[in-house]
Design a protein around this ligand. Structure first.
Ligand SMILES: [Cu+2]
Length: 644
């Protein structure tokens, strides 16, 4: 019999298209790093200021900065890019060639990270350099037209290369990855400054890889002067939510149409008001409907930003939190406000579907300058050192909480950044409200290179070690099973009922925005067994890449609010292309099975009876039975399409 089944599995495997091959991921283990939950740990000092930062692989964080007088050196000049090795906190300065000052960035469907746009070549103090083709103290080139790509060099290390395809000049552009894994690059200005002005505005968007000339955007034309880093998310409808100054639109980039939604209430959320912003978790419960949240910012009338009497220290910061569900309604609604007003806040998805708020200040705005009211050069003051967590499931009045959290010792204001790490801790670096790198002792807010980790409450809990995760997810397609043993379930199989499988894109962090950050809970059901083991039956991604764009991401299995260590996965085909959409399969009904052998009467994750099935023994500790793990692709002809 064994040979019979093996033969059939082999024959059927040949029929599976390559796009849905399910390659098993290594079993996640316990975190390698030790930390105290609710606290920060200083890891060391970065070589360059963390103006921009992202998690590039399991153990590498990439930090980039503007061209400035950083302590880190490369090729005989100060560096403004580096790689941080999470295993040992070793750092490697990197050459990035052009000035990536206030650049945007993101990761494409083929897994390539990019940093887009920037400023002219500069010399000391951020002053424009005499020449734009290199030389001078920083040997930087004009970066306004640059798309920089993180690629593998012949020596095996990652390196920054400049794409031969130039973009239009963009300082402070936003990048969002689209359904096909390409990027839209939106907005920015040409020569820089605290806020934008008509003489240098670039009210257009374009694509990388290029789709031709930039396209004019009315909302970017009409929202001066605070239209820099326009807050942009791809929505499940395939349209983009674009929020800029007080205006909000639905942008259909395919038809070049902009539809106005409600004006933003309470506060400006875009730079330099710099609210915390995030797309809320996309879940089966909300039918993968996108809701965007904006928290904090500054209530500054449009004509005040450039007025002679402007004083950032006197602009009222906001505690307001609002949400909008733009594919359903153009209306903003208030949600629980922040405990105190703040700006420059990074909102970070944690795998337990709470949101961590950290970095920022009670007073002022983003930016810096030689103004009499500035603190040194800083336009912000009174840093907020204790993180908060937002739990929309908590009772009213307690949704924002800092219970159990100790403060950091490091102010994190303008030009700081933060990203989730695979072990569920959060990596934080930067803060540099100065025109050039400086650690002069008289500065209240010197250029900050101390780099930290924050450890959420679950950090030291024994992590689930699920078996059966896969390395590549398709849009629709066959479900798969993940096994959890008794330890993974904290000794009680009932804990499988609330277990979740979540995909997180950690995003590209800069200026309190994590561009492209997203959390999606996969649809799943379970079979629990009497010996406190269980299977999770897990769907692929919803069959719509606008819900979560193709490209690299992390998958976590979360039991009792405790996440496994994340496993790096690829969403989609791994190419920049129209993504294949496969039929979805209906997951089998959730069940608790008293006797292990009861389960063999039913087969397949899709609830199809065993007559269509092939039984195989799986290495699930403690189950000890014959379980049918027939992948759904065997019966794809009978699959039910879900109504997404
Ligand atoms: Cu900046």
């Amino acid at each position: 019999m064994k040979n019979f089944y093996a033969h059939n599995i082999f024959a059927l495997a040949l029929a599976v298209p390559a796009t849905i091959a399910q390659q098993q991921a290594p079993q996640p283990q316990q975190p390698a790093h030790h930390g105290v939950p609710g606290t920060f740990e200083i890891l060391g000092k970065s070589l360059v200021n963390a103006q921009q930062m992202f998690l590039g692989s399991f153990d590498k964080v990439y930090i980039t900065d503007r061209a400035e007088n950083n302590p880190g050196q490369i090729n005989g000049h100060p560096a403004w890019a580096e790689e941080w090795d999470l295993r040992n906190n070793d750092q490697r300065a990197m050459e990035i060639v052009t000035n990536s000052f206030c650049a945007g960035g993101g990761v494409m469907g083929d897994g390539t990270w990019s940093i887009v746009g920037g400023n002219q070549a500069v010399t000391y103090g951020g002053m424009t350099a005499d020449r734009q083709d290199g030389g001078g103290p920083y040997n930087d080139l004009d970066g306004r037209n640059s798309v920089r790509l993180l690629t593998k060099s012949p020596d095996g290390n990652m390196q920054w290369t400049i794409s031969p395809t130039a973009i239009d000049q963009r300082w402070y552009p936003t990048v969002e990855t689209l359904e096909d894994g390409s990027m839209i690059i939106i907005g920015g200005c040409r020569t820089g400054g605290f806020v934008n002005d008509p003489g240098q505005n670039n009210p257009t968007y374009e694509f990388y890889p290029s789709r031709g000339q930039p396209v004019h955007s009315p909302v970017l034309e009409n929202t001066l002067p605070t239209n820099l880093f326009p807050l942009t998310w791809l929505l499940p409808s395939g349209k983009l939510l674009v929020q800029s100054n007080w205006q909000t639109i639905l942008m259909d980039y395919k038809t070049q149409n902009e539809q106005p939604l409600d004006d933003m209430p309470a506060a400006v959320r875009t730079y330099p008001a710099s609210a915390g912003t995030i797309m809320m978790p996309l879940t089966p419960t909300n039918n993968y409907t996108a809701t965007i949240m904006f928290c904090g910012g500054s209530n500054v009338p449009t004509d005040q930003w450039r007025a002679p009497g402007f004083n950032a220290m006197e602009t009222p910061t906001s505690a307001s939190c609002v949400q909008i569900t733009p594919d359903v309604s153009g209306r903003y609604r208030d949600v629980e406000p922040l405990p105190e007003p703040r700006v420059l806040t990074s909102l970070i998805h944690l795998p337990d579907q709470t949101i961590l708020a950290l970095n920022g200040a009670r007073k002022g705005t983003a930016g810096y300058g030689n103004d009499t009211w500035a603190i040194g050069q800083s336009y912000s003051d009174d840093p907020i050192l204790t993180p908060l967590v937002y739990d929309p499931k908590a009772t009213a009045g307690k949704q924002w909480s800092s219970d159990g959290f100790s403060p950091s010792t490091v102010p994190r204001m303008y030009h700081s950044s933060a990203t989730l790490l695979p072990d569920g801790s959060v990596f934080i670096s930067g803060s540099n409200p100065n025109s050039d790198w400086s650690d002069l002792p008289e500065l209240k807010y010197p250029s900050e290179h101390r780099t930290e980790r924050f450890f959420p409450k679950y950090y030291n809990m024994r992590r689930p070690q699920p078996k059966g995760l896969i390395t590549q997810f398709s849009y629709g397609g066959p479900s798969f099973d993940v096994s959890l043993d008794s330890a993974d379930l904290f000794g009680d199989v009932a804990n499988v009922v609330g277990a979740t499988v979540v995909i997180i894109k950690t995003g590209f962090s800069t200026h309190a925005i994590n561009m492209g950050q997203r959390l999606l809970q996969l649809q799943s059901t379970y079979t629990g067994f009497s010996n406190n083991t269980a299977l999770l039956h897990v769907a692929q991604l919803p069959p719509n890449p606008a819900i979560i764009a193709p490209g690299p991401a992390w998958v976590f299995v979360v039991v009792n609010g405790v996440p496994s260590v994340g496993v790096e996965v690829m969403l989609g085909s791994g190419k920049i292309e129209t993504q294949p959409i496969l039929p979805t399969t209906t997951l089998r009904d959730p069940s608790m099975v008293k006797a292990v052998d009861d389960d063999v009467t039913t087969s397949g994750n899709n609830g199809t009876k065993s007559s269509a099935g092939v039984r195989m023994r799986v290495g699930v500790d403690g189950i000890g039975g014959w379980l049918c793990l027939l992948p759904a692709w065997l019966v794809v002809g009978s699959a039910h399409l879900l109504g997404w």
